[in-house]
Each structure stands twice: as structure tokens, then as C-alpha cells.
Design a protein around this ligand. Structure first.
Ligand SMILES: Nc1ncnc2c1ncn2[C@@H]1O[C@H](COP(=O)(O)OP(=O)(O)OP(=O)(O)O)[C@@H](O)[C@H]1O
Ligand SMILES: [Mg+2]
Length: 329
């Protein structure tokens, strides 16, 4: 089995070279804590996410990654093993090789931890590939071309910007303001602008609904901040766009910083082609128009912003020159 794996802070997506996307679930796992030991896995992915905030006290929800990197090898190994089992559920028992995405800004040690966790989960060989590169490949870009491409990946925990050409990364920047901060901004909008209390999931739900809503108001259910009673509030999608604008502005500054590092000829390439944008956070209401206005250059939204990294990683498996240039095992 040949897999492209995007192990994200928020979501895990796995693409199989011949079948396409075989797994797309929240990156979360529910463990049973027995004393100081906590090995028993009760649920992963969507099943685990449904129990968030509902599970008994001796169950703990853990995420395999923090800010895009592995911090607990044991947790990452347990998680990847379950992901593998779910991805190959049609009775697959043979060897598994994979390309797994890693943040461009991650250190050698952080990549080593990711590769090690994957190997211990039974995947071999494993090659770590820059997520920006994998995402670009998933969108049909050839990163070996003699032309500079620039991409922005707005995930849950981080927004990464990178520019690359002919097998090498020219410039890279990242920001900790991304999708999760957008959810917090929407949470604040409800609490401070409408005196409504909702959980984090409620705020994320509004953020996502606003992305596709027409101009009709969106109804949100929560508790009145003063009385604690259930209350309905109507919100305009434009309010959501306004609330997340400070995060978009920070991403624009990150991008501008990255552009400043490029030589003039490279900037000309980017001006001509535009910036490719992917990751779930890029779907938020108003993001691409604000980005285009703020930067003064064309912005292209990926067709599959949530799965292009996994798709690209799977395609990279069969592209030796690409892995030789950008991969690290
Ligand atoms: N339609 C949407 N509108 C706005 N935000 C969205 C939408 N769909 C997903 N998101 C947000 O995108 C984020 C997750 O994106 P993604 O799956 O690309 O992150 P990730 O790859 O897991 O994280 P990271 O790259 O930071 O490790 C979450 O904050 C989620 O709320
Ligand atoms: Mg990601």
C-alpha cells in the first residue's frame, strides 16, 4: 500500500496512490487513563471528536500533534497505527510505504520524530515532505520548474508561506495565527458583540457556515451572557468576515515578509502567476478577497484546499526527482 499522509493539527487526511482519499478525520484520539498509564485507545477521529466534552473523567482526549509537530512519540505512534488500520480496512496486510507532510519550518529533530513515529507504526520507508510542496503538487504545480511559485497554507494552528523553485525553497515564513484563532475571534464576536455564550464547537460551526452562506442572516443558538438562558441570535456573514480580519491581516504581513526576501525576478514570477492558497482556514469568509486587496496580487484558491496536501504526498511517492529534491527521510 502506498500512502500520502497529511497529519495535521486539526485534521488527518490519507490518500492512497490508486484509490484517492481513503481517510479524512479530525486529528484526535480518546484514551483511557489507568493510574499514570494511559495506553488504551477507545476511539479515534470522528468517533473521538463526538465524545469531546462528553467523556467521563478517566477518558482523556489527546491530539497527535501540537502546532504541527510531534511532541509525544508514543501518542503519535498509537494514533498513526490506528490511522493505518482505518486507511487499509479492506483487508490490506502487505508493506506500507508513505510520504508524510511536515511543516516547512519544522526542525530536523521534529521531522525525525514524525518519521520515527510512522516507522514504529509500521510504515516503511517513510519520507517527510514539506507540506507546502505536497500541497502545490496536489494542485498540479511542478516544484521542479525553473519558475518561482508561492503558496500559503492556512491550517488550524499555523499559517505557512513559502516560495520555491527548481527543487529548493527560496523563502519561508510562518505565523501562529490561523484557523483556531479565527474560531476564537468568532467566539469573541458572539460574546462581546451579541452577549451570547457558545462553546468552541459552536463558534467553529458559525465560522464554517458563514463561509458558504448567501447574505441571509445565520441563526446561532447559545446562552445569554447575563441570564444564562437559551437564546437565538442572528448574525450576518459579513460580521464573521470582519471578526477574522485581524488574523487575515497578520497572514498578509507574513506573506509580505516572505515576498521581501525574494530576489526581483522571483517577485515577477509570483506577480504573474499569483499566490496559491490552501488549508481549511483559507475557506473563511472574505479571506481571498481581503488577501488579494491587501497584497495587490492575484490569489488562487485550491480546488481541494483540505485534501491537496495528502493528494500531493501520494503523487510524490512516484516522483523520485521531486523526493530527492524536497524530501527528507
Ligand atoms: N469552510 C470553512 N471555513 C472556515 N474555516 C474552515 C472551513 N473548513 C475548515 N476550516 C478550518 O480550517 C482549520 C483546519 O484546517 P486544516 O485541516 O487545513 O488544518 P491542519 O492541516 O489540520 O492544521 P495544521 O496545518 O495547522 O497542522 C480549522 O481551524 C477549521 O475550523
Ligand atoms: Mg495542514
Amino acid at each position: 500500500m502506498e500512502l500520502g499522509i497529511d497529519l495535521g493539527t486539526a485534521n488527518t487526511v490519507v490518500s492512497e496512490a490508486r484509490r484517492g482519499i481513503v481517510l479524512d478525520e479530525p486529528s484526535v484520539m480518546l484514551l483511557h487513563r489507568r493510574g499514570s498509564r494511559r495506553e488504551r485507545v477507545l476511539a479515534v477521529g470522528r468517533d473521538a471528536a463526538e465524545l469531546l466534552g462528553r467523556a467521563p473523567a478517566d477518558y482523556v482526549a489527546v491530539r497527535p500533534l501540537h502546532d504541527g509537530v510531534v511532541v509525544d512519540l508514543e501518542v503519535a505512534r498509537l494514533y498513526l497505527r490506528r490511522v493505518l488500520r482505518a486507511a487499509g480496512r479492506r483487508g490490506w496486510t502487505g508493506p506500507v510505504r508513505a510520504v508524510i507532510g511536515a511543516p516547512v519550518g519544522s526542525t530536523t529533530l521534529e521531522r525525525r520524530a514524525l518519521v520515527e513515529a510512522a516507522e514504529e507504526a509500521g510504515i516503511r520507508p517513510v519520507t517527510a515532505l514539506d507540506e507546502s510542496i505536497a500541497g502545490a503538487v496536489g494542485c498540479g504545480i511542478d516544484p521542479l520548474e525553473r519558475r518561482v511559485h508561492m503558496v500559503v497554507d492556512v491550517g488550524g494552528g499555523t499559517a505557512e508561506v513559502s516560495a520555491f523553485c527548481f527543487g529548493g525553497v527560496l523563502a519561508h515564513r510562518s505565523s501562529k495565527l490561523a484557523g483556531d484563532e479565527m474560531t476564537l475571534a468568532v467566539h469573541r464576536l458572539l460574546r462581546e458583540g451579541h452577549q451570547l455564550h457558545v462553546g468552541e464547537l459552536g463558534a467553529e460551526d458559525l465560522k464554517i457556515r458563514a463561509a458558504v452562506a448567501d447574505d441571509e442572516p445565520i441563526v446561532v443558538q447559545g446562552r445569554d451572557a447575563a441570564t444564562g438562558r437559551p437564546r437565538l441570535v442572528t448574525i450576518r456573514a459579513a460580521e464573521v468576515a470582519e471578526a477574522v480580519r485581524p488574523i487575515t491581516d497578520e497572514i498578509i504581513r507574513t506573506l509580505a515578509g516572505c515576498l521581501d526576501e525574494l530576489p526581483p525576478q522571483a517577485v515577477t514570477d509570483v506577480l504573474g502567476e499569483g499566490v496559491l492558497v490552501f488549508g481549511g482556514g483559507s475557506l473563511v469568509r472574505g479571506f481571498s478577497t481581503d488577501l488579494e486587496r491587501g497584497l495587490g496580487l492575484p490569489v488562487k484558491l485550491a480546488e481541494e484546499p483540505l485534501t491537496c496536501v495528502a493528494e500531493g504526498a501520494a503523487r510524490a511517492l512516484r516522483n523520485r526527482p521531486l523526493l530527492a529534491a524536497y524530501g527528507r527521510s
